[in-house]
Design a binder for this molecule. Sequence first.
Ligand code: THG
Length: 262
Amino acid sequence: MYVIGERINGMFENVKRAIQRKDAKVIQDLAKQQLTAGATALDVNVGPAAADAEGAMLWLAEAIRGVTDAPLSIDTAKWDVMCAVVSKIPGAKILNSSKADPEIARQYVALAVEYGAALIGLTIDSGGVPGNAEKRVELGAQFITIAMEGGLAMDKLFIDPIILPVNVAPQNPAHCMQAIAQLRLFADPAPHLLIGLSNVSQRCSNRSLINRAYLAMAMAQGMDGAIMDPLDEELMNTAITADLLNGKIIYCDSYLEAARHV
Ligand code: THG
């Protein structure tokens, strides 16, 4: 399971404050904690409040690079910010994210190829978030084709069917799972399939239970990545155990610990 830690996001008060006060230690501690807990990569999002999105993104990345070379998922919806920061952030990168409109997707694929980065492609276009599984599959397949044409290897492409909170979009989590099951069949080798897991339970009670149940269900459909909270220990245990039951890792009595350190 490719776990991208979600905690370095200006949506969290402590991160927002750290950005404002330029308190690098808060960010570095979050980076180290998430990696120790089993994250492979770290999402970096300046949040909605940052006035200077480019400056804040570069400051966050520099702080994180002081403690780790782990891949950074540069989480911005703004093309100009992505373009400005990608050349300045050293090490492995995941561009998070591109919409599936052909002219937009082609630009992001070219940018990812130019910098040897991975790319998250959303199954959304200017028409908005699809209301069914079929449109997600159509847009995901379109993205896969554009990536292939642009020379982006499938192991560097993550397709994200866009998960919405189950309290406001009751059928959405099921649609995403159906799309995941179908999209993994579109290419061989398949692209990665990923979601922003915590979205599914926003403003719900039983948040971590909903996250855990959905994670295991979606992994059974072939999801192999998530932007999620690795500091939720039972959530990480669920991810590792789903890998075990999917035959991705071999059982030993200490499999939970062993899997965190591969
Ligand atoms: N797909 C892609 N990228 C993404 C998302 C996605 N990036 C952002 C987001 N979705 C994934 N990251 C988060 C991070 C935090 C939360 C949800 C998703 C979250 N935060 C608390 C909340 O809103 O309740 C913050 C409250 C707090 O504790 O302060 O749930 O889908 N490609």
